[in-house]
Design a protein. Sequence first.
Length: 202
Amino acid sequence: MPLRSPFTIFAICENKSGWARKKRLVLSDSLFTLHAQRAKYRYNMDIIWIIVGAICLLVGLAGCFLPALPGPPLSYVGMILLHLTDKVQFTVTQLIVWAILVIIVQVLDYLTPLIGTKYSGGSKWGNRGCIAGTVIGIFLFPPWGIIFGPLVGAVIGELLGGKLTHEALKAGLGAFVGFLLGVILKVSLCGYFVVVFISALF
């Protein structure tokens, strides 16, 4: 086997060292590109979660008046989506307390119209009329329909149920008061979520 000169050995070692540096540079560039792609993906996902969360909050506010939409639960989902981003992190205690408040408000929203109807001598006709009046008032007579729609609907519902005029007025008023209390509770909680959402982002 022919002997190699020191210069040849040095050139070979230098060549191998150069290839190693090139490999390290390529690997470093690949890792940097991967990190940049992941950061861009996380940023894009954060934007999506924030937008969807904001939509949930807006729909939740509408749900405070529209019986078909569960207002507080939808608003709570919006807060959870914000929590999933890298921009905002709520504590576990906050999330648990908010979940409990949502459950309490949902239960009270179901009970207050029943209690108002019961103590005013109303019936299920008043509750149904109150719901129908709310929907009709919101879409046909905004913004006053939000206030007077439930009351008029409750009275008309009691009249359709066979109540006399003075009985229908009393029962309708009771159903309306119960409904209004439920709306106030839901709007208060959903409004609080909106404030926290905006404050957390800005």
